[in-house]
Write a protein that binds this ligand. Structure first.
Ligand SMILES: O=C(O)c1cc(C(=O)O)oc(=O)c1
Length: 313
């Protein structure tokens, strides 16, 4: 049941879709939803003063219910920018998950070693550096590099979120990062452009030249220009995004992750039925082998290496 937040949502805010369908695609056993968030609830975990948007609440219980409905076994909960560097909601969700969730945090350079260790103990395995200007204020590169060096010692990775047109300018900075680097949402390609054009070619080159770079092939609902929407039983939604995601999966099968992106912050047009998002997976990973790597082997190596025979390092 949704409840009204004590915060006033940003104008035009769309709440997540209630009652998602059961996917027709059966996920492999042990599948991981490797990109999702929790929002608040604001009464318990207030949104950060420096936030750029105020969402509806989306609690850990609601996230875990979605996990069950869709057939996932585990979640990777990524700190949402509306919580700034206050990781309590994400940490609480990880700690309440019975080992079924890991986290990706946001930290400032002032974070202490004890705080980093506490995050690790709660299940955090990465930090997120965000370069999307509508979501965060600028952080100096030297500060990020300092954080990178510290989290590298814990064996963590760095998740980066940026817009495709900013990759040339960020290339050298990303190349200097000493950890595995996971790119959110394929670096947000403009899917109205040619898949073989220079912009997407640059992203593929970036992955090819940096064996430590992984990509989430997520967020078709955010990237799509021409749809159709994942609503009303549409089991092949966002057809303009599929070739881009499939290209990444087929080119780098051991370095891709998939996630729902629930509760889909900042969508302006519609909220997708998450069950129908799952039904896109066989279109972007067409064989059982690719599906298993994308949904089980890769996220397990990165987030639960102790349960696999060869971790991601
Ligand atoms: O594009 C977005 O608005 C967005 C925002 C956030 C966040 O606020 O953390 O996370 C995402 O993965 C995507």
């Amino acid at each position: 049941m949704k409840q009204e937040s004590i915060f006033t949502k940003s104008p035009g805010w769309l709440d997540w879709y209630t009652g998602p369908s059961k996917p027709a695609f059966t996920l492999p056993a042990g599948a991981v939803d490797a990109h999702c968030h929790v929002f608040g609830p604001g009464a318990e975990f207030p949104y950060a003063a420096e936030r750029k948007y105020t969402p509806c609440d989306a609690s850990k219980a609601q996230l875990f219910a979605l996990r069950e409905q869709l057939g996932f076994s585990r979640n990777v909960i990524v700190q949402a920018t509306c919580h700034g560097a206050d990781n309590r909601a994400m940490v609480d969700a990880c700690q309440s998950s019975g080992g079924k969730a890991r986290g990706v945090a946001t930290v400032r350079r002032t974070v202490s070693d004890e705080e980093l260790q506490a995050l690790h103990d709660a299940g955090v395995r990465g930090v997120r550096f965000n370069f999307v200007k509508r979501l965060v204020d600028f952080t100096p590169r030297e500060e990020l590099l300092e954080i990178a060096g510290r989290v590298a010692k814990l064996g963590w990775h760095i998740v980066v979120y940026f817009e495709s047109q900013d990759l040339p300018e960020l290339w050298d900075f990303f190349s200097a990062l000493p950890t595995i680097v996971v790119v959110d949402h394929m670096g947000r390609p403009d899917v109205s452009k040619d898949i073989d054009g220079p912009e997407f070619a640059l992203f593929l080159k970036f992955m090819r030249e940096h064996p430590n770079v992984w990509s989430k092939v997520s967020c078709p609902e955010r990237l799509s220009v021409s749809g159709p929407k994942a609503l009303d039983g549409e089991r092949m939604a966002y057809r303009d995004v599929i070739p881009f995601a499939r290209r990444v999966v087929e080119s780098f099968p051991d370095r891709v992750l998939w996630g729902t992106d629930w509760p889909h912050p900042n969508l302006k047009d519609h909220m997708p039925d998450d069950g129908l998002l799952v039904d896109l997976i066989p279109h972007i990973a067409p064989t059982a082998e690719l599906q298993h790597k994308l949904l089980v082997d890769n996220p397990m190596r990165l987030y639960w290496p102790e349960e696999t025979s060869n971790g991601a390092r």
